[in-house]
Design a protein around this ligand. Structure first.
Ligand SMILES: NC(=O)c1ccc[n+]([C@@H]2O[C@H](COP(=O)([O-])OP(=O)(O)OC[C@H]3O[C@@H](n4cnc5c(N)ncnc54)[C@H](O)[C@@H]3O)[C@@H](O)[C@H]2O)c1
Ligand SMILES: O=C(O)C(=O)C[C@@H](O)[C@H](O)[C@H](O)COP(=O)(O)O
Ligand SMILES: [Zn+2]
Length: 362
């Protein structure tokens, strides 16, 4: 099984994304190769599901001469909180991390976003690397969006802070429960819809279940999906323009996550529902047929629940969408498609959004 590498050119620095089975076990060697200024010490931040699976592999990759501290947070979306942020900064202070220390985020998007935000803000910013362990984290580990949630909205406090290295070990994904494969695959589908119709076609043929993975297929899927993300981030690092396309499915998706209570519905489950809603809005707004049926059938066959959960009220969701980060002057902005691969950001009237929501929810 081969190794592949992509590079992201950011205003802060250029960093490699290495996709290689087993690479977690060589973490120190990769740091030594790619991080130019030798860190004074290391703090590995992970969660209580990932720690028993992979923490030892990463720690054992370091020679005994290095100082390696570890900090384990509770698993789940609730850890992207002010409380957990404060506790993690406290741990960093107690471990005496300095400005030349390196934070290592070992886990899914929750750990990556939290640890990345600690790195972005600790002593006004120290370097960090990502070792993603979920499929979803092919998205979250790349591009430097880090942050935590507020009860009034997803990712409302954060920063742009690029990692110095992303070490993606596809082998580490094999322990994921089916629900988490489904969650992560929603972001792969998103990347296909916004930028790569060939990827969508390829997924329809090559991904038939989440139960068994061929390592080459998995690695290729990660590579192609990350390529979409990296290209957009390089063009517009701080979301002044095209980076907003990566928010396809997220305006409603984030509203669903917050309205349902963080963690009740996974990020990818909510994004999948948001994608279907955005496809419907696109067809209505632009009077086009996007011919998305084969892709939606694929999602259904993979077990996705694509209706807006019945317990969520349309008014509540609309209110949540009005605090979306793409909104300004009280206009909610949606990423819509004029065709597959041709996204646009479109201001939407509340009435149209509500009508469409009410077609499915109370
Ligand atoms: N920063 C970004 O650009 C960006 C992009 C997309 C999503 N996100 C954020 O990412 C978060 C979701 O990430 P996620 O889906 O990875 O969630 P997560 O980090 O909560 O991981 C999902 C679950 O899988 C467990 N887990 C992780 N790796 C495992 C493994 N290898 N084997 C078994 N279990 C494992 C975790 O403990 C957790 O219970 C959301 O908060 C979302 O907002 C951020
Ligand atoms: O990287 C981006 O830009 C994205 O929008 C990727 C999304 O998948 C991700 O969920 C991101 O965290 C959403 O960002 P936000 O700015 O809408 O909070
Ligand atoms: Zn997302």
């Amino acid at each position: 099984m081969g190794s592949s590498i992509l590079h992201v050119h950011s205003s802060q620095h250029t960093y490699p994304i290495i996709i290689e089975p087993g690479c977690r076990k060589r973490t120190f060697a990769f740091i030594d190769q790619y991080i130019t200024r030798k860190p004074t010490k290391y703090l590995i931040i992970t969660d209580d599901n990932v720690a028993p699976l992979y923490l030892e592999d990463v720690v054992h990759s370091f020679p005994s001469s290095e100082t390696v501290e570890t900090y384990v947070v509770p698993s789940g979306e609730q850890s992207k909180s002010f409380k957990q942020y404060e506790e993690t900064v406290t741990a960093a202070l107690k471990y005496r991390l300095d400005r030349r220390s390196l934070i290592i985020a070992l886990g899914g998007g929750v750990v990556g976003d939290l640890a990345g935000f600690v790195a972005a803000s600790y002593m006004r910013g120290i370097p960090f690397i990502q070792i993603p362990t979920t499929l979803l984290a092919h998205d979250s580990s790349v591009g430097g969006k880090v942050g935590i949630n507020h009860s009034l909205g997803k990712n409302m406090v954060g920063a742009f802070h690029q990692p110095s290295l992303v070490l993606y070990d596809p082998e580490a994904l094999l322990s994921l429960p089916e629900r988490e494969w489904r969650s992560g695959f929603a972001e792969v589908i998103k990347h296909g819809f916004i930028a790569d119709k060939d990827l969508l076609e390829w997924l329809v043929t090559h991904v038939t279940s989440f139960q068994e993975w061929d390592m080459d297929i998995l690695s290729e899927m990660l590579y192609r999906s990350i390529q979409v993300k990296a290209n957009i981030v390089q063009e517009d690092e701080k979301e002044q323009g095209v980076r907003a396309f990566l928010n396809f499915g997220h305006t409603l998706g984030h509203a669903i996550e917050a309205e349902a209570g963080y963690g009740a519905i996974t990020h990818g489950e909510a994004v999948a529902i948001g994608i279907v809603y955005a496809l419907r809005l696109s067809e209505k707004c632009f009077e086009v047929n996007l011919q998305s049926a084969p892709y939606l059938e694929k999602l259904k066959s993979l077990g996705y629940q694509l209706d807006i959960p019945k317990q969520l009220s349309a008014d509540g969701l609309l209110e949540r969408m009005s605090v979306d980060k793409k909104a300004y002057n009280q206009v909610i902005r949606f990423v819509l498609l004029k065709a597959i691969g041709k996204p646009v950001v479109q201001g939407m009237s509340g009435t149209v959004l509500l009508d469409e929501l009410k077609r499915e929810v109370k």
